[in-house]
Each structure stands twice: as C-alpha cells, then as structure tokens.
Design a protein around this ligand. Structure first.
Ligand SMILES: Nc1ncnc2c1ncn2[C@@H]1O[C@H](COP(=O)(O)OP(=O)(O)OP(=O)(O)O)[C@@H](O)[C@H]1O
Ligand code: SF4
Length: 262
C-alpha cells in the first residue's frame, strides 16, 4: 500500500556488485537518522542482500490485518524493511521463478505491505533491466514523487551499463534524481587519504554529458564494508568519513528538492 508514502526512490544499477544495496541501506539509515520515517523494500528476488546488511537475517515478516508487516529496525518504527529474504528459509535458497511468478511477487510487494505513513520508500532493485524492473516501472509510472538514483562505479564497463539504465528510465518515464559513483578511489582508514586505484570520475562525466545531477563519490572504505552485517549507519559510526558526508549531502538534496517541488 503506497497511498501513505510521500516519496519513492528506486535505486538502480547497470551491473551487480557495484554497491547498490550498500547505497540503498546507507541512504535509508541516513534518512532515519535525519528524523524521517522510512521504508526499505528489497525486490532483488534472486539475491536479496538487505536482510544480511542490516543484520536482520533471523527476522520473519507476518501478515497483519492490512497486509505484510515490515520488520522494524527500531522500537519507534522509523525504519521498516521488507525483503524476499525474510520469506526464504535460508540465505542460500535461490529463487528460481519464471517471469509471471516474479511479476506477481513484486506486485504483492508493492501493494500488500502495510507501510503506514512514510516520508521515503527506498526500493533496492536487482541489477540491470529485468522483469522485476518492468513490473516496478509499470506500477510506479504514475506515482507522483517517484524517481531513480543510479549507482555506478567509475570504470568504463560500468558506465556503459549505466547508459542503458538511463535509456530505460527515460523510456519508462521515471525521472532520474541523480547518479552516485561508488567505489570511487580508496579511502585509507588510517589517514583518510583517497587514492584512485582505478580510474575515477566516470560517473561524474556521464552525469554531465547526460544532463543528470551528480550526487557524489563514495570511496572504497573498508570500514564501510564492515558496517554491512551490523545494520549500522556511516553517519553515526563514521561521522568524519567521506561516505558519511556524501549521504548527509544526498539527504539534504532530497529534502531540498521536495521543498522546491511542493
Ligand atoms: N564504498 C564501499 N566501500 C567498501 N566496501 C563496499 C563499498 N560499497 C560496497 N562495498 C562492498 O562491496 C560488496 C558489494 O556491495 P553491494 O552488495 O552493496 O552491491 P550490489 O550492487 O547491491 O550487489 P548485487 O547487485 O550483486 O546484490 C559488499 O561486500 C559491500 O560491503
Ligand atoms: S594512505 Fe596514509 S595511512 Fe594509509 S597506508 Fe598510505 S600512508 Fe599509510
């Protein structure tokens, strides 16, 4: 049930492993820490990693009178989470469904979760442009205040896939809020020096060429990798890190754009 959701952000990536779930979870946690009411919906049916990242793997969802009740991260219920992972017996259970079954599962995820009132619903999608994306786009096309954040790494191969993602959003009519470049250089946990091990700036230049807002560069930071599995936010655990600053800025950009749209 999306009637009480003020704003939906789809998190997309052209390739797997670029840090889409890390961005989705850190964005959701930063929004929660900034005082918003947030939902995080993981529709990566073949590799749901959100329950693991948020340390919620032993949790189950149950049916309430108004639909599935999300798993809450906190007693004040400021961050609710729903993932196919909660419905699988083990993290290693693969979901081998064909198109129609996947489509109906995603529709249920979009329609039957009892989110209550939310400022933001973050949707973590699988990589690429699959059946899941088409179903989500078809169902959200007419929802006001729905936009996409595209996650990429700086390398050329990832950038090529992002171009396809941009075309997909433009064809399906979902506005792109911006592009975020993850794994952009390596931030040393000791002295915070950032070294560009690979190329850097590919996402930024693609954003410029495509006239899309660039949302920032998140470096490879081993400490951020270690937050996965603990459910902790970079903004609270690593407040001085570049990652924390990028997410605080992103939340401000989202809030400012909500004000300018209203
Ligand atoms: N900025 C970062 N610094 C350090 N480690 C990171 C960073 N971003 C992601 N990682 C690590 O990289 C791995 C892949 O990240 P993540 O699961 O977020 O990618 P993904 O794009 O969602 O992958 P998939 O689509 O295959 O599920 C994880 O182990 C994660 O902890
Ligand atoms: S970046 Fe600085 S602290 Fe990190 S390994 Fe190099 S010299 Fe040492």
């Amino acid at each position: 049930m999306l009637d009480e959701v003020k704003r939906i952000i789809l998190v997309l990536s052209g390739k797997g492993g670029v840090g889409k779930s890390t961005v989705s979870t850190q964005l959701a946690l930063t929004l929660k820490e900034s005082g918003f009411k947030v939902g995080l919906l993981d529709i990566d049916l073949c590799g749901p990693s959100v329950p693991h990242i948020l340390n919620l793997e032993d949790q189950n969802v149950h049916q309430g009178p108004d639909g599935w009740v999300p798993v809450y991260m906190d007693s004040e219920q400021r961050l609710g989470v729903m993932s196919i992972g909660f419905l699988l017996k083990s993290r290693n259970d693969a979901v081998v469904w064909r198109g129609p079954k996947k489509t109906s599962m995603i529709k249920q995820f979009l329609e039957d979760v009892s989110w209550q009132e939310l400022d933001y619903l973050i949707i973590d999608t699988p990589p690429g442009t699959s059946d899941e994306h088409i179903t989500v786009m078809e169902n959200l096309r007419n929802v006001p205040q729905c936009s996409a954040i595209i996650v990429t790494t700086p390398q050329q191969v990832a950038i090529e896939d992002v171009r396809k993602e941009i075309t997909f959003c433009r064809k399906t009519g979902i506005p792109i809020f911006g592009i975020i470049e993850n794994m952009s250089g390596y931030e040393c946990p000791n002295c915070s020096e950032c070294t560009n091990i690979f190329s850097s700036g590919g996402g930024e230049s693609l954003a410029e060429i495509s006239k899309i807002t660039f949302l920032g560069k998140v470096p490879i930071d081993p400490r951020v990798g270690m937050l996965a599995g603990k459910g902790q936010a970079a903004v609270t655990e690593l407040p001085d890190s570049t990652t924390s600053k990028v997410f605080i800025k992103l939340v401000k950009m989202l809030s400012d754009s909500a004000v300018s749209n209203s």
